[in-house]
Design a protein. Structure first.
Length: 114
């Protein structure tokens, strides 16, 4: 059973940066495209950034140019570097395969506030 563990969230001021990590148990993460999602309070979960097995990336319009997704297949880890953070980026962030075939992890809370 695959387990997803997200980490790296926290409280940051507007304009600040955070780097999120998603550790995928097992050695199968390299077989899947991977996505970062976020869920704002009272909203549905939305895809933020994605990366294919070969490293091609795509981003939600609102984060393009500020967020960078990457992966380390040897470490079964997916990263999300978030720069120039805005209050509207406040959410719980999750990772999963594309499509999201695994059980969701606990997520990591990102709060952008002065």
């Amino acid at each position: 059973q695959v387990r997803l563990v997200e980490s790296g969230g926290g409280l940051v001021q507007p304009g600040g940066s955070l780097r999120l990590s998603c550790a995928v148990s097992g050695s199968i993460s390299s077989d899947y495209p991977m996505d970062w999602y976020r869920q704002l309070p009272g909203k549905q979960r939305e895809m933020v950034a994605g990366i294919t097995r070969g490293g091609s990336t795509n981003y939600r319009d609102s984060v393009r140019g500020r967020f960078t997704i990457s992966r380390d297949n040897a470490e079964n880890t997916v990263y999300l570097q978030m720069n120039s953070l805005k209050p509207e980026d406040t959410a719980v962030y999750y990772c999963n395969a594309r499509p999201p075939v695994w059980s969701w992890g606990q997520g990591t809370q990102v709060t952008v506030s002065s």
